[in-house]
Design a binder for this molecule. Structure first.
Ligand code: SF4
Ligand code: SF4
Length: 207
């Protein structure tokens, strides 16, 4: 016996006999056989979208009074995950975590990280590994704050901070050097004047 073509089966089928969710599924699968369903679906989607818009219209307006607001951020608010200016981290002994492996530069899609590596010596140790970044620049004219450099770093040396006031009239000011991004040295290394003084008084040094 000849098997009927699928289109012939569908032409004999009456989707109106189906319940609503099955009708919707049928209309999605066979829009040519049931074109009115897609119109109804579109109207439903628009109505759903407009409901959200109407609900938002009656919510209180939130104003961030930046830069005249209170606090160190001058009224600006952002989420913990906000990706701002990078911070080059130090380990618990105050040594730089960056080991100049260049993985962040390789991962950067904007090609905006410039690194020059140098060797640590017994007399001058900057990082905990063999090498450290003698020069570490990020060109914020090009950075898109994608976070790929942070993901690529094997030592968690580079992270996104919350610094966001980067705008400048002079593009050359947007090339940040290592010294501008480096995390402050721990208190026992002298970054905290009060702490350092009390340690000095007590005869404790950071060496
Ligand atoms: S955040 Fe993205 S664009 Fe910016 S330096 Fe890192 S990898 Fe490059
Ligand atoms: S920041 Fe991380 S990935 Fe980039 S050179 Fe330093 S250690 Fe390597």
């Amino acid at each position: 016996m000849a098997v009927p073509e699928p289109s012939r089966i569908l032409l004999r089928f009456k989707p109106a006999h189906l319940s609503w969710p099955h009708q919707a599924a049928f209309a999605t699968r066979y829009p040519l056989y049931y074109p009115s369903m897609s119109v109804i679906k579109n109207i439903g989607a628009i109505a759903q979208g407009m409901t959200i818009t109407l609900k938002e219209m009656f919510q209180p307006t939130i104003v961030e009074n930046y830069p005249d607001g209170p606090g160190p951020l001058k009224g600006a608010k952002f989420q913990e995950r906000f990706r701002g200016m990078h911070v080059l981290q130090r380990d618990e002994s105050g040594l730089e975590k960056c080991v100049a492996c260049f993985l962040c530069a390789a991962a950067c899609p904007s090609n905006c990280i410039y690194i020059e590596a140098a060797e640590n010596t017994a007399e001058a140790r900057v990082s905990g590994a063999e090498r450290y970044a003698r020069v570490y620049n990020i060109d914020y004219n090009r950075c898109i704050f994608c976070g790929y450099c942070v993901e690529a770093c094997p030592t968690d040396a580079i992270t996104h901070g919350h610094g966001f006031e980067l705008a400048s009239f002079n593009a050359s000011n947007l090339i940040y050097r290592k010294e501008q991004m480096l995390a402050p040295a721990p208190a026992h290394m002298g970054a905290n004047q009060v702490f350092a003084q009390s340690e000095t008084d007590a005869g404790v040094t950071g060496d």
